[in-house]
Design a protein around this ligand. Sequence first.
Ligand code: GJV
Length: 420
Amino acid sequence: MQTEKEDDEDASPEEYVALSNFTGSGNDQLTFSRGDRLLVHAKPSSEWWWWAELDGVTGYAPADYLRQDAAEEEEDTSLEDPWQDEEYFGSYGTLRLHLEMLSDKSRTEAYRQVILSNSGSLQNKVVMDLGCGTGIISLFCAQLAQPSVVYAVEASSMAEHTRQLVKQNSCEDVVTVLQRRAEEIELPEQVDVLVSEWMGNCLLFEFMVESVLLARDRWLREGGVMWPSSAALTLVPCQADSYYAEKMAFWERPYGLDFTPLQPLAQQEFFTKPKFSHLIEPGDCLAAPCDVICLDMYTLQIKDLEEIKGQFHFYVERSAVFHGFTAWFTVHFESLETGGAAVELNTGPNSEPTHWKQTLFMLDRPVSVYAGDSISGTIVLRRNPVWRRHMNVTLHWKVYCSTEDTDKCQVGTKTFPMWR
Ligand code: GJV
């Protein structure tokens, strides 16, 4: 932990209430339960970990798990939906996002390819398309294969237009549009195939995957198929010269003046949250990318989503400035045809750019690294205990310098809110 717990230890401690259970790791993190009252002794600036006390034991506690006043909190969550569904489905009720998704050729063609290459196996099958949007996947099913029925589930008002598109393309005998949240649908039967495009930034943001898992447990028949069938999050240490220059180095000498006192502010403003629409060049990668998290869509449980942990170990391939980590995801669609190949949708730098682009996590201070060094550590995706579509990403890393004693390594930890 690179925090200074001495920071403001003189101030009198403040009482906070835990919003949710938390299991600390290591011996400097507290473990607590929802409703516990913690005394917060120090809030190191720009840190998401506070130094707190519970029943005489002190340790770090994640700030987003704590609220100063329980009564205030109850009020907050009762006034506002933790899923923010009105805003969420509102945004999918207009064309902007659908245009962005449909224009993404890699994404849309991947789903088309899945249907096309499995058309034989889809014959007479019952399909659910969860979050069908404008109905593109359902229409592919109806046109490229002969399923007995496709239940196209869409909660936003786009569903009204989708119904029209189904008619316009003469697919109404096969595709049934249900304008409902998937959690609330009733079907006359179980489904053979559950297909959905649920992936968000850094794979999980929006947590639409929870709706998919609920539908799986309720509506997928024994032995039924999940598309995608698995998902992986990939990480790589990278340089981000132009982003760093634009947001941080800029303050060094604009117009011949020293603006460096603004750099801490710049760090706070530009590097606290990840940059989500980043496009990394393959040449910016300092090592071979590593899959840090793999999700099996058949066995993944909703409770597993609360905290997902991964590890990485990278061998630095060339000397460069290490500015941060970049993440992206890949999903696989298993083939139902004998000997058929799986379809892959890869959103990384060696594939065609997608509308997800990549997610950049900037370190607070760049680190010079050299060929032969190694970078290892852990990543934790922790779902926000209140705002269910949001999460924190905590990266913990160690840089081992190959030219120095191995105990002279640089260590860092940073937690990035996405977005609350
Ligand atoms: N029930 C019905 N429709 C949904 C649900 C749900 N629980 N969740 C999302 N959608 N890949 N991150 C719809 C949403 O209205 C939108 O049209 C589409 O699924 C999102 C698909 C892309 N988002 C993503």
